[in-house]
Design a protein. Structure first.
Ligand code: NDP
Ligand code: NDP
Length: 316
């Protein structure tokens, strides 16, 4: 049992956060992770406001433990999402993809614990100034949207730790207990894990996408669309089209047209593995089986403990 700042802040037993992922993490996954002693997050980026409200209510019915909502700040109806988490008294909100200065004061005035996701030290410093309670520092290995700096988790976490005093949750490239132990060695007090939780029955991702995660191989994902918003994708037909366009010097406008609308939904929710956008992290190549979310939490936590014990033996 760990009793560090992250466990206290969220009132959880295991400092394992399930990332809020568009199309993949609704109430079923979030409540399963929270019931297992971690922190489950509803990914609101792909939800219309009414849908978000429904997921929050179902999550409350499915768990008596704390859970949270991830709100990407580039969401078009952002005011509505913010109002819903306040009205529904969601205890914890993770914001991402935007400035932490905009919404942190209002959320905190309403008694909500606020965590912001960053990809670089300069953004982490801004978070602390904005008064957030903790930071997720997400490295280059992560799936989906990512920083332009391309800092790996190994490089990012110690530098963020040097510049802020608030607790840091490491993300990017973490799917197993040894990686969690490595993140703690770098100074993290919690981990945020996305890819591993896509490969669970509780994830709302399409079965085809879950299978694609399990089938993915070393080198099977790449960070792309750097002119728009950098995003790590599985290298499928759609990725190859984007890659070819980028190599011939396509403009941001051409790339936006190629992307079109609802590509992520097509791939991850509707299961179109050729034409869809398939957002997943590098660690997917190590994920070989689909298992219930509670087993994933227990396994990661057990491996984490085993790793710490074997490391302690090194020094006798
Ligand atoms: P697109 O603009 O291509 O498509 C919008 C998608 O979001 C559609 O599939 C639509 O569903 C759904 N949607 C949910 N709520 C709304 C709304 N209020 N207005 C319009 N569409 C809505 O965007 P993406 O699929 O690339 O991204 C969707 C959203 O997810 C982004 O706006 C952003 O907020 C978020 N996002 C966050 C990420 C992160 O933080 N890691 C990563 C990627 C995206 P439908 O097809 O049913 O109309
Ligand atoms: P820019 O890189 O042009 O950033 C614009 C401004 O947005 C920044 O100067 C800063 O403004 C603010 N900002 C954006 N993201 C953050 C953040 N995570 N923390 C603190 N401030 C932020 O364009 P984008 O908005 O497209 O991307 C910003 C960065 O965020 C990029 O590195 C991008 O790749 C990444 N990103 C991360 C996502 C995620 O975490 N899930 C999703 C999408 C993008 P100011 O200094 O005025 O406050």
């Amino acid at each position: 049992m760990i009793n560090n700042r992250i466990c206290k802040l969220f009132a959880i037993e295991k400092p394992i956060v399930q990332a809020g992922m568009i199309w993949c993490s609704g109430w079923e996954l979030a409540s399963a992770v929270s019931n297992a002693g971690g922190l489950g997050l509803i990914g609101s980026g792909s939800m219309y406001p009414e849908i978000l409200k429904e997921h929050i209510r179902k999550c409350k019915a499915a768990t008596s433990k704390p859970f949270g909502v991830n709100i990407p700040l580039l969401y078009p109806d952002i005011e509505k999402h913010i109002q819903i988490v306040i009205d529904e008294k969601v205890p914890i909100v993770f914001t991402s993809a935007g400035s932490p200065k905009t919404w942190t004061p209002l959320l905190k005035q309403n008694g909500i614990v606020v965590v912001h996701v960053v990809s670089a030290v300069k953004f982490a410093v801004k978070c602390q100034e904005a008064g957030v309670d903790a930071i997720v520092a997400e490295g280059f290995e992560a799936g989906g949207h990512n920083g332009r700096e391309e800092s790996t988790t190994m490089v990012l976490i110690p530098q963020v730790k040097q510049h802020v005093n608030i607790p840091v949750i490491a993300a990017g490239g973490i799917g197993f207990g040894a990686q969690m132990a490595a993140a703690f060695a770098l100074g993290a007090e919690g981990v945020q894990i996305g890819s591993r939780f896509v490969a669970t029955p509780e994830s709302s991702a399409h079965a085809n996408f879950k299978q694609a995660v399990i089938n993915s191989v070393e080198g099977g994902t790449q960070l792309t669309l750097k002119q728009l918003t950098p995003v790590r994708l599985i290298k499928n037909k759609f990725f190859n089209e984007v890659d070819r366009a980028e190599k011939r010097g396509a403009s941001a406008e051409e790339l936006t047209n190629l992307l079109g609308r609802a590509r992520a939904k097509k791939g991850m929710f509707e299961g179109d593995l050729e034409e869809g956008e398939l957002e997943i992290g590098q660690v997917s190549s190590a994920i070989k089986t689909l298992k219930p979310a509670a087993e994933v939490v227990d396994e990661i936590y057990h491996e984490f403990n085993q790793t710490l014990k074997s490391l302690a033996q090194l020094i006798g």
